[in-house]
Design a protein around this ligand. Sequence first.
Ligand SMILES: [Zn+2]
Length: 339
Amino acid sequence: MSSAASAAEGLDRSRTGGEVTRLDPPGGSNTTGLALTGPALTDLALARGAVDRSAYLRANDAWLAQAWADPDTRVVVAEHGRALCAIDDEQARLLFVGPGSAPAGIRFLLGVDELNTVYFGVAGPLPDAHPDGVRALPLREAGPLLSDRDAGLMTEAVALANWHETFTHCPRCGSPTDTFAAGHARRCPVDASEHFPRVDPAMIVLVTDPDDRALLARNAMWPERRVSVLAGFVEAGESAEQAVAREVQEETGITVRAVTYLGSQPWPMPQSLMLGFRAAATRTEITVDADEIAEAHWYSRADLRAAIESGALRLPPPVSIAHRIIQSWYGAELPGSWT
Ligand SMILES: [Zn+2]
């Protein structure tokens, strides 16, 4: 479980923020030793968005038909986690098509912006050929380069397209299902069961010791030198905070307290939601679970800077919540990352 989540999040990117919401335990005072007013995780690369999802319109078939007939409606085509983007050095913009030019495929309403422009997504094939400067980019690569509007649209489109590409049949009886709710749900024509996009919550946590050193680990599936904070999927019947304590203990033998929520980011590759935390170690001796973790160590800020600058370590890229969590502890822009 945890390997997959960390590997998924290992493919990850950054900005600065405001204040952490303080979540003291009931009746507790600040016994955490954590800096509870450090930078919060705002403006995460894939947690932006400027288009109202307009869920109330998803059942309005007449409005949906009219919107689809409007040549000004914009369509994002997504296939295998990619969409067409025009790239200009440090920036990218989504390439939309009109409804008349969209490929055949499952259609879903993405939302309506403040100028009343309607956005749809289509889970369909991307064209094989495109003009110079246009590429089919994966979300991980495009996300940080896109505007708030485009990053939000692509994240939603990729998440829904991934779901439609894989959840095609009824889990109860095996019949092919039909879409409804403007592509945000599926229904079985045989037993009428309804199915909604699957999102897998995963926690990701930066653990610190009493000297405020950070625990960083290398997943067993990663190449040498890559390290990140610990991550793992939340299991059935478990809270995110329980998952933090369990995964940290399983992977490194460390026990934690004062689990503090930092923020979240969708990670639809294919269907995760990353929930970011800080936690304080109460037992700091490291015993790695060799199946999942190749190595784990405590790093001071000076240790980390020296290791990165010498090339001994590489951190996750700024699109990831992992990068942002490490940066919020480090207190400044991180000197480097893997891509
Ligand atoms: Zn069925």
